[in-house]
Design a protein around this ligand. Structure first.
Ligand code: NI
Length: 195
């Protein structure tokens, strides 16, 4: 296994549509996923998509920390649940319902920054496992946000392109200071999990 170099915003690989993986059960796919997981943990991220490590394939990995999910379940009321490490090959995301929410996102390809992004509350995803089995799951709240963020990477979209209020886009350090000044006892919400 190895820690891979993460592409940063501006690199053309982050703007292109990634390709379907012809054989999700191929050994080289498993090797890439191992390295992606290691790279995600090393960089302290919550998710990673293959194009972020310069591989133009429709593969994403993520997990949701239980504490974080409870804080940020999308509607700001808490109560979300953690999700173990999940690997999706060739995912297809369907947005469910009309309800959306705005939450801060960060990205390992846009280091040090965060901004508010509107996402659907609920999604349904169909994907292939590394055993080439088809799985369908539904997600909501912060879990649904992570999936939508990572899935965007497969279509060459970075979260800053989805920010409606650019005045709230900035460096995590500065956003944290501003929030601490506004709400002294609140931890900076701007410490949004990196995807
Ligand atoms: Ni990202």
């Amino acid at each position: 296994m190895a820690i891979l170099k993460i592409a940063r915003m501006g690199h053309p690989i982050l703007r292109q549509r990634a390709s379907e993986v012809p054989d999700p059960s191929a050994p080289e796919v498993a090797r890439l996923v191992d390295a992606m997981v290691e790279t995600m943990h090393d960089a302290d991220g919550t998710g990673l998509a293959a194009p972020q490590v310069h591989m133009p394939w429709r593969i994403l990995v993520y997990f949701v920390d239980g504490g974080r999910a409870a804080e940020e379940d999308g509607d700001g009321e808490g109560g979300g649940e953690g999700v173990p490490l999940t690997v999706m090959v060739n995912p297809q995301v369907e947005l469910l319902g009309e309800e959306t929410n705005v939450g801060f996102e960060a990205c390992l390809s846009v280091p040090g920054m965060a901004g508010p992004v509107r996402r659907h509350d609920r999604v349904r995803v169909t994907y292939r496992t590394l055993e080439n089995e088809e799985v369908t799951l539904e997600a909501e709240g912060f879990h649904a946000r992570v999936i939508q963020h990572e899935y965007d990477h497969l279509d060459g979209i970075l979260y800053p392109a989805r920010i409606e209020d650019m005045s709230q886009f900035g460096f995590v350090e500065e956003l944290g200071k501003a929030q601490a000044a506004a709400e002294p006892e609140a931890e900076a919400q701007a410490g949004a999990a990196d995807g």
